[in-house]
Structure formats: C-alpha cells, structure tokens
Design a binder for this molecule. Sequence first.
Ligand code: ATP
Ligand code: MG
Length: 308
Amino acid sequence: MPPPPMMLDVDDVEDSVCMTWSIDESGTMRHRKTGTKVSTKEGITFEGMEYRLSPEDIELEADSHLGAGACGVVLKGVIKQTGIPVAVKTVKVDDKAKREQLLNEIRGLVAAEGCVNLVHWYAGFLSKRTSVVHVALEYMDLGSLAELKKRLGGYGVPPEYLSNITAQIMNGLNYLHKKKMLHRDIKPENILHNRQGEVKLTDFGIAKDLDKTIAMAGTFVGTVTYMSPERCLGNDYSFASDIWSVGMVIFELSTGRYPFADIVSFPVLFEHLCDKPEPRLDPEYFPAELVEFDAYCLTRDVSRRPAA
Ligand code: ATP
Ligand code: MG
C-alpha cells in the first residue's frame, strides 16, 4: 500500500490569503494567462472548474526538499486539483505582531502581481498552533542563481546569457520600485530561474522584521553580504540599495566568485564596503557594456548610482 500523502501541517488555520494576477472591484483575483480565478466566496476556478484553495489542496512531495534558509524550509508540492507544481515555503512567525505584519506584506505582494519577473504567490496559510506560515509559490524548476553558480563549478556565466538574466532582474526590480517597494534582500539565492528561460525575483516583501541587520552579519564570520555600504553603515537607504546588490550579484555571476575575496572578519568586510575601491570587472576579460553596467551599480556614492 502506498504511504499516505504528506499534507501541510495547518490544523488550525487562522487566515488564508489567496492571490493571483489581477483583482477586480469585487475582490476576485484572476490569472490572465490560464483564466484561473480566485475569489473568497467561490474559491478557485481553473479550466472551467471551481476549487477553493485550502491547505488540504496542497500535497507535498516526499523527499522534496528544495532548500532551506534562515527562516525555514522550502518543499515541493502540487495543487491536487490542477496539478500545478508549487514551492511551499515555511516561515516561523511566533508573535501576533509578526503575523499581522506578514499578512500586510502579503497584501503588498498582491500589488506586485502582474510582472513576469517576480515569483507568483498562490496562497498563504497561517497556523495559529504552530506559529508558522506556509506560502505556496510558483515553482521554479532550475532553482536559484546560487545553484546555477554551483553547477558552473567556478566558471562565470557567459556574458550573452548574463545580459539576458540581468535584463530580467532589472525588469522585476523596476516593477517593484515603481510600486514604491524595496526588495531589500537581493542575492543569488533569491533569484530563481526555470527551463523556459525565465528569471524571477523572490522573497520580496516577506516579513521585513526578519531582516538581517549589520549586528547579525557580525555574528557570522565569513558570511557574505550583498548589502550596500550605506545600509551596512546603518544610514538611510532606499531604492539605490537594491541596485548595489544587483551589481554584487552580476559581478559574482560574471567571474564565478564573490566580489570581496577575503572576508575573514567583520572589519575586513567593512573595509571593502567603505574604504577600498569598489569591485570592478576586468575590461580585458569582459565586454565593455558589462563592465560599465556593473560599475554603475557598484558606485559607493548613492547620488551617482543610477535608478532601476
Ligand atoms: P534566506 O533565509 O535569507 O531567505 P534563502 O533565500 O537561501 O535564504 P529560502 O528563501 O528559504 O532561503 O530558500 C531556500 C532555497 O529554496 C532557495 O535558495 C532555492 O534554492 C529554493 N527555492 C525557494 N523558492 C523556490 C521556488 N519558488 N521554486 C524552486 N525553488 C525554490
Ligand atoms: Mg530566499
């Protein structure tokens, strides 16, 4: 007999937020491409059939661990009725304020819907008992750019591919910035890709108080950061801070290595960010456009760093 299917551990669902791609006045959300419709009253409509998405509708695949981060694990699952694969991310939110904030963030994510370069959210389920939020995300079958880097085994991404990847990253970021949202955590792990050649940002807008601070970075010797100098210094930071992070990621993907080579302690990282010349790609090995683009992003002077 086959083992019983694994289900989400949400026995006491306090709140459930479903979202797709557009919302009309009645609060019904629609996915334009597939005609999928989500309304609070009627549930989900997919290919003419109506379903209500609830935790029971998502079946997790056994041994389907996609990854883990500071906040929890990511498992692969499937929406049973439609067969649509999803990545289910678990985030611990252990007090009421955090949970409410998370729901606010999810509202922000609805605002970000509609851009092909941002990962879509199907639903969020909040468990009162375990203080855990499960979020069903669009599944990206090639994983993150951190995994792409690993697969390349020390080599950089060829510039012609990198220009395509960069254009998609910037399109997603520009969409967020136009909606007055910061990403705040751009790094290779938070940029996903799939076999269709699509590149999408993820983890925008999720629980900002789980934000890494400079103090926290200091406790992890050798931890790399993609944070801008102004942010590391604790100064005000804004949209330009995301642009710095993109510059760090593009540098790393070009060369196959993190821009600051010898981070042995927090003061060393600090020196790289604040005193040493900013990282620059070698024009002898990389196309002029790539070198120039990355130098623009990695400009310490915020007033001279361009917008998305
Ligand atoms: P952090 O805790 O700082 O967010 P992280 O980004 O590595 O670090 P997660 O966001 O939990 O941690 O994601 C862990 C990994 O799971 C990612 O690096 C990626 O490989 C995988 N992953 C996340 N979301 C998806 C998705 N939608 N589709 C496929 N794989 C995913
Ligand atoms: Mg992440």
